[in-house]
Design a protein around this ligand. Sequence first.
Ligand code: ADP
Ligand code: MG
Length: 892
Amino acid sequence: MSTSSQGSSNRNSNSRTSLKPSPNLKSKPTQRRNTTTTATSAAPKDHTTVPGRVRVAVRLRPRNAEESVADADFADCVELQPELKRLKLRKNNWDGETYEFDEVLTEFASQKRVYEVVARPVVESVLDGYNGTIMAYGQTGTGKTYTLGRLGEEDTAARGIMVRAMEDIFANVSLETDSVSVSYLQLYMETIQDLLDPANDNIAIAEDPKTGDVSLPGATLVEIRDQQSFIELLSLGEAHRFAANTKMNTESSRSHAILMVHVKRSVKGRDASHSSENGNHPHMVKSLKPLIVRKAKLVIVDLAGSERIDKSGSEGHMLEEAKSINLSLSALGKCINSLAENSAHVPIRDSKLTRLLRDSFGGTARTSLVITIGPSPRHRAETASTIMFGQRAMKVENMIKLKEEFDYKSLSRRLDIELDKLIMEHERQQKAFEDEIERLATEAHHRISEAERNYADSLEKERSKYQKDYMESIKKLEEKFVMNQRKNEDSRIKSSSEVVIPGVSAEEMADLKKMLQKETLLRKAAEGETNNWKIQVAELKQSEASAKSEISKLHKMLEDEAHQKEKLEGEIAILQSQLLQLSLEADETRRHLDGGGFDKEVGGRDSLTSQIKHQQQVSGNGAKPSIAKLFEQVGLQKILSLLESEDADVRIHAVKVVANLAAEETNQGKIVEAGGLTSLLTLLKTTEDETIHRVAAGAIANLAMNESNQELIMAQGGISLLSMTAANADDPQTLRMVAGAIANLCGNDKLQTELRGEGGIKALLGMVRCRHPDVHAQVARGIANFAKCESRASSQGIKSGRSFLIEDGALSWIVQNANNEASSIRRHIELALCHLAQHEANARDMIKGGALWELVRISRECSRDDIKTLAHRTLASSPAFQAEMRRLRLSH
Ligand code: ADP
Ligand code: MG
């Protein structure tokens, strides 16, 4: 990144991406600084609206000579990812917390780069007329003064922020019209001393009640016109500071050094127009060309060491003194907390430092904070507290996390209610559907049977009617016939002369015909009627069928509803597992804040820490359930059952939750008892997902720290599952976890033969294909553990013959890495070599493989005395090595 683009892009992103304009260190909004009358009227109106989130950079100091020796065997307590602007604070071998900053500056960051990212945006805005502050916060010895105050007289590349800022200012002002003046002060035990005039040792702070401007009328203000005189001034200040501190018998780490640079610039109309270009009268501005005086103040503060006094050994201060020594620092912490929490009251009046920074911090001023940390794991607690200070200053990421957590909680609650409502609605609808179906069915039955009954009735009626008619007609015909016969006989008897035609008369014939016709008609009508009924029956049958299809449609809808319900329940399970995950993280953070050893030490608790703790308690307000409570709510069994969920997301969440729980020793027993270990091992087998493999292996590695769990892992075929996972994994982190788990198993005396028999050593060696040093360190640890157990077994006569490590071909890797640069790898291997060398059965292979040379080297130059002695003793007691060394004319 080029110098200028770096600076300007930072400035732009400031105004674009800041969360919200951070409030000034003022309890109520006040007017802008003491501008001259002309300047006030023409002052750029955006002055009061420039947003200014505090930009926070973290800078890591390289290991110093002492740490290089004393911490040689330990990893740094932090791991930086500058490209992601992240810092990871290591907790243990597997785990750590990650924090984001505006800038992450590694131990290799140059002073130039530090100036560009931390200070240049502030200096530029001071040149534009805004107040600005640059502060360095951190434990004594982490590089605050190195970052801010180095003069770089011998080596210009070493120049710190104060010197570079002044260079930038001089490059941008014109000495004819502008002026630059400087005060240099020390604040110690709430007293402000003038470093440019030591006699002046109690300077009062003046505050303009109207404008809120802060000034130190009693302080020496030196106008400077060139860089050289500035450097001389700084050296003079430093010398006075040293003398004053010697006189008062204090250390400079207890005081704050404050450099104030007042820049007064005259800006011609045209120049000024850019700030009033959205004003309405650019032509007026141009023609009048008013002279605008821009006054701004740059304050650079090299804060007192953030460590608690008791720790670094108080030099016999009385209690009262001890309290006021860090008063300003803790007041600054409190103000930052209040600002970060947006709380109504910001306690600026509590200390001189906060009063002094009142018009230079946040709000209309631009502020950069650089927090400095050291790499040593011995100061992990101080480093953690510095990091938390930085996080608060940039409005603390974990506050956002906490909010998220609250959102999840209420969302989950809302979904629960929603689900309950849906279930109720669903039940109601189901009941209504069933009632409707029953009603339709009975109605249909009813109608069908009625129709059938009607049909049968009318059929019967018709039939009997026709039968009756028919019988009547037959009867009539018979009567007629009898009557006719009787008539014929009578007439034959009465008038024998008369001729009688036998049979019927023409009249009767016509009657008979008519009757027949009528009958035919009636039958036809009956037939029509029957057809009608038939049609009606068919229609009814059809309506019954459509009712049935309606019923099956309703069934389908019911199924859909049930499906939807299942889906919602799944989502709730995911949310609950996410909630648990978040709570775990929040809990972790809280413990981190609460803990870090602060509570263990009696008295002298850093008031910043207690402040943060208090805020946590207040903001928590008892609404957040403890993890134990959530545990009760969700239940370990439920979490473990989620490991088998069909939804991959749920599985991932669940395994993360289990892994987090497994990191705590107190939970491990419960997890194993509930079958968690078996579930985790099963996951390695049943899933292909690399994240799950990594997290599950991490959890197994944590559980594998316990001896009885190690046996369980073996008994459940853990070695072959871990070997399989190792063979398929590409991700170094996964391999590190798997190697860590196997390394833990390697340290169990009882499992040696079985572990080797199931390919544990081969799997371990296979992982060195990944070049990551962390993986190699775990492999080396496993080998050392194994060699140690083997050596114990050999000396007890349980094991005889060559080491399994040698048989499985580990020797050449061991020899190759015996002098590895990384101490975490080298130490384990040195120990492994000593253990292997203790048994004559291994001597021949070791000599052949070049291990003797390494042992000799270790016995001569290992920086750890105990290992050096061990190697020496081992060589001395082995006849085979002694013989070979005589042959080679080696002495040791
Ligand atoms: P502080 O002011 O925080 O107490 P110092 O600035 O005095 O710490 O630094 C302590 C020591 O560490 C000094 O010897 C300093 O030269 C060295 N140091 C600090 N930061 C760095 C760095 N980034 N690179 C090299 N040395 C450093
Ligand atoms: Mg210092």
